[in-house]
Design a protein around this ligand. Structure first.
Ligand SMILES: *Cc1c(COP(=O)(O)O)cnc(C)c1O
Ligand code: SF4
Length: 349
């Protein structure tokens, strides 16, 4: 098998390469990629079956990215919530820790589009050490969420070193890695990598699949290696207009993930990130989709639909409202729309 680093080196990084592959006019894309870079490694590229399909839309730049007058560069106010560079401390007991600015593929809808893959995201050994020191000095931090960029693009040695420094902090309980690698470059998940990861349990991985076409034999192999290393796997899917905003696609995706031992964790409403407005659905669309999933497929396969509130407000679950009336009895609809009643007992607190 070709080494993952070699596959990554052969990524499409210019509109000319794209035009050669698909015989479409890509000249308008020069301007887009001057602001938002393109990188599509050959593995992910080969998942594209035709122009404008769900994989194409996730990976190929679109002139609409530059015409977005609604959204903002940093909608979650991550920069304001950073006590040290590249570490976001928003919730009391957990921090988001960015350890690389690179990904195996630059998703067009990325929340950190303003900086991933560019010099605007400056990560050095010094910023990494400063992040680790911050966690060490803040005993309220029980959990670190390692992200980027994509942490699994770091070399085995670099990852081993970061994980071992984090694991030496007695007050840190949980290590969570956020990575799209099992989806975008699954051959990066090797036996050597899982041997490193499993030294640092309890270690969780949340990956990121958006469409059933991404559930390939290679992705299956990557998830199997990780799950066999005892790593609980979750998935953070983004609800994307024209890509996965229909019930069949989501149901097939979530059931497929469960078969790979990946528990759908969040379905995110798209963030207000500049250059991504064309992917945003109405939240009523998301709630309607959730109503079609809940009860009809395994509860294990149903994620929490959530919106990350602007200005660092945090994640807000958006759930269909089943309750019709609250009183001595609770009146509600079930998943089939049937009216149900539950008699209450005593007073609420
Ligand atoms: C999403 C997020 C987390 C983790 O939230 P969970 O609900 O625990 O998954 C932590 N920190 C920041 C800054 C986040 O954006
Ligand atoms: S892999 Fe994640 S961080 Fe990287 S471009 Fe895609 S969404 Fe953004």
């Amino acid at each position: 098998m070709t080494h993952w680093k070699k596959i990554l080196q052969e990524s499409v990084t210019t509109p000319e390469e794209l035009a050669r592959r698909f015989n479409v006019d890509c000249s308008a894309l020069e301007e887009v990629i001057a602001t938002f870079p393109i990188r599509i490694n050959p593995y992910y590229f080969d998942l594209i079956k035709k122009v404008n399909d769900p994989i194409w839309k996730q990976a190929i730049p679109d002139p609409k990215e530059l015409r977005d007058s609604v959204c903002m560069a940093d909608p979650l106010a991550e920069e304001d919530l950073s006590p040290v560079p590249n570490l976001v401390h928003k919730y009391p007991d957990r921090v988001l820790f960015l350890v690389t600015n690179e990904c195996a593929m630059y998703c067009r809808f990325c929340t950190r589009k303003r900086k991933v893959g560019t010099a605007r995201m400056r990560i050095t050994e010094d910023t990494i050490q400063a992040g680790i020191d911050y966690i060490r000095n803040n005993e309220k931090v029980r959990e670190v969420l390692i992200s980027g960029g994509d942490p699994l693009l770091l070399s085995d040695d670099k990852l081993d070193s970061i994980l071992s420094r984090l694991r030496s902090i007695p007050t840190l309980e949980i290590i969570r890695i956020g990575t799209r690698i099992p989806c975008t470059l699954p051959m990066r998940v090797t036996k050597e990598l899982t041997a490193i990861l499993k030294k640092y349990h309890p270690l969780y991985i949340n990956t990121h699949f958006n469409h059933p076409n991404e559930l390939t034999p290679e992705a299956t192999k990557a998830c199997t290696l990780l799950a066999d290393a005892g790593i609980p796997l979750g998935c953070q899917t983004v609800l994307l207009k024209g890509i996965n905003d229909d019930p069949e696609t989501l149901s097939t995706l979530f059931r497929g993930l469960l078969r790979l031992r990946v528990k759908p964790y969040y379905l995110f409403q798209a963030d207000l990130t500049k250059g991504t407005n064309h992917f945003r659905t109405h939240t009523t669309t998301g709630i309607t989709l959730m109503r079609k999933l809940i009860g009809n497929i395994s509860g294990m396969a149903v994620p929490t639909y959530a919106l990350d509130a602007p200005e660092g407000g945090g994640k807000i679950p958006l759930t269909p409202d089943y309750i019709i009336e609250k009183g001595a009895d609770l009146h509600f609809h079930n998943y089939l729309g049937k009216l149900c009643t539950y008699p209450e007992n005593g007073d609420p607190f």
